[in-house]
Design a protein around this ligand. Sequence first.
Ligand code: SAM
Length: 270
Amino acid sequence: MQAHAIDPERTATTIMKPIVHVERNYHSFAGAQYVLPSDDPERERLALQHSVLKKMFENRIIIPPISFDTADKILDSGTGSGIFLLDLVENKTVPVSVVLQGLDIESRLFPLEDPRVISRGNVHFTVGTVTKLPEDWTNSFALVHQRLLIAALQAHEWVEACSEIYRVLTPGGWVQLGEVGSPKAGVVTEKHLSLLHTLLTAKGLLRDIAIHLPKMLETAGFVGVSVEERKVTLGRLGDKTAWTRGITSWGVQRYENPDSESWRTGLRAV
Ligand SMILES: C[S@@+](CC[C@H](N)C(=O)[O-])C[C@H]1O[C@@H](n2cnc3c(N)ncnc32)[C@H](O)[C@@H]1O
C-alpha cells in the first residue's frame, strides 16, 4: 500500500479542533425548502462569496450589455443580505435614480439600517417568493438578477420562477442568473458534496440546476441565451496540491425579449 503525502499543518488542525455545533437561525416562510441559515455568520459568508464571485468575473456584477435609463428598476431576487444591491449603490454602477428592489423569503438579513440604503432613498426590500412575485410588478424591471438559489427551489418551482421573472421584466429586459455547476474536488470536499447531495435530493431540490436553466428559460419565453463560466479553486491550498483542488463552475445566462429594440437591431448576448 502506498503511503499518502501528509500536510502536517492540516493534519494537526483537523485532529485538534472538534466540531463546534452552534445554534443557527433559519427562515420561516411557509412552504419554502431553503436549507441555509439566515443570521450574522451567513451575512459574512455572503459578503465573502460576493467578493470572490465579483473577482472571478473581472469585477463585473452586471454582465449583460445594458445601458440603464434614469427611470429603470432592478430586481434582486433572493437578495439575502442585499450585497449585490449594496455593491451597485456603492460603486455607482447604475444611475442614482434607478430604483433598486430586493426580494427574499426572509427579511432578517435585509440591510435596512445601512447608510448606503438610507441615503439613496430608492432601495426597497420586500418579503416574498420568486415563484409568486407581486401581481403589480408585471412589466416593471429592466434587469432581474438572481444568484445562488441552488439550495432553494424544486424543479417545478424553477419553472414557476422563470415564468414569473419573465412577467416582471419590461419588454427587452434582461435576466442574469448565477448558479453553481458540478464541482470536482478532493476527498473531504467530495464527502461534503455527497452529504449535500443527499440533503438536496431528500428535499426535492435540484443540484444541477445550472445545466437545466437555459432550457427552462427558453421554455418561459426568453431568447438570446448566453452562458459565461468561471472555475473557482476550492480549499485552503487552492490549486497547489491535487488533494485540495476543487473546481466550481458558475454560469451566467443572459436573455433578451424577442420584441425588444435590442433584439430587432441584432444585439445578441455573446
Ligand atoms: C445562498 S443565498 C444568496 C443570497 C444572494 N443572492 C447573494 O448572492 O448574496 C440564497 C437566498 O435565497 C433566498 N431564497 C430562498 N428561497 C427563495 C424563494 N423561493 N424566493 C426568494 N428568495 C428565496 C434565501 O432566503 C437566501 O437569502
